[in-house]
Design a protein around this ligand. Structure first.
Ligand SMILES: Nc1ncnc2c1ncn2[C@@H]1O[C@H](COP(=O)(O)OP(=O)(O)O)[C@@H](O)[C@H]1O
Ligand SMILES: O=C(O)C1=C[C@@H](OP(=O)(O)O)[C@@H](O)[C@H](O)C1
Ligand SMILES: [Mg+2]
Length: 182
């Protein structure tokens, strides 16, 4: 359900989906294509703490990260005209989900497990949530996380597409939504 209190084109676009699906990479391309600025929530948090996410988890714990993540997303999603890529765990929080869904257009980047598995080697060092887990445990997390992504406005399936192709697909999807809800 799209909240039509403001012009749908003004709404910021929030990218959600499992870690490694490409939210940050595609977000950059989408921002260029739509001439908007990108807010990568992990980047904002890392800049504020002056350290990478893994170090924030190690030094302050996941709950500190999640609290800061919640406040950061809720604050940015009130702004218009942005592309906002949120961390894959941000939608665990109900307040975050509600704030994004009511203020922004939420685009879910959906990736099949077999495709995602090919990216694991690129993610393991920088994603603390994956560290120390077996492949079976990661699969379980992947399946569990699908529930938190179930509420969204638009969905784009990734498959073996390049990041540029995904960005093009999102633009097509947005243009249809903008036409249907002028
Ligand atoms: N469509 C794609 N095809 C192949 N690799 C990709 C694609 N999109 C992103 N990547 C790569 O996957 C990794 C994770 O991408 P990233 O944008 O950081 O994902 P997220 O922000 O969702 O965690 C990076 O190494 C990135 O270069
Ligand atoms: O899914 C998660 O719990 C997390 C995803 C990461 O962001 P990406 O989804 O951009 O990888 C980052 O916020 C942190 O490592 C936790
Ligand atoms: Mg990211």
């Amino acid at each position: 359900m799209i909240n039509r209190d403001m012009d749908i084109r003004e709404k910021s676009i929030v990218l959600i989906g499992f870690m490694g699906v490409g939210k940050t990479t595609v977000g950059q391309l989408l921002a260029q294509k739509l001439n908007r600025s990108l807010v990568d929530i992990d980047q904002v948090i890392e800049n504020d703490f002056g350290m990478p996410t893994t170090e924030i988890f190690n030094k302050y714990g996941e709950s500190t990260f999640r609290k800061y993540e919640k406040e950061t997303v809720i604050s940015y999603c009130k702004q218009k005209w942005k592309i906002i890529s949120v961390g894959g765990g941000a939608f665990l929080n109900e307040e975050v989900r509600k704030a994004c869904l009511s203020n922004c257009l939420v685009v879910y980047l959906d990736i099949p497990w077999e495709e995602w598995k090919k990216r694991l080697h690129m993610l393991i060092d920088s994603r603390p949530v994956l560290q120390g887990r077996t492949l079976d445990e990661i699969r379980k997390l992947f399946d569990e996380r699908q529930k938190i992504y179930a509420t969204h406005h638009l969905k784009v399936t990734i498959d073996a597409k390049s990041a540029a192709e995904v960005a093009d697909d999102i633009v097509d999807c947005l243009q249809s939504a903008w036409k249907i809800h002028p």
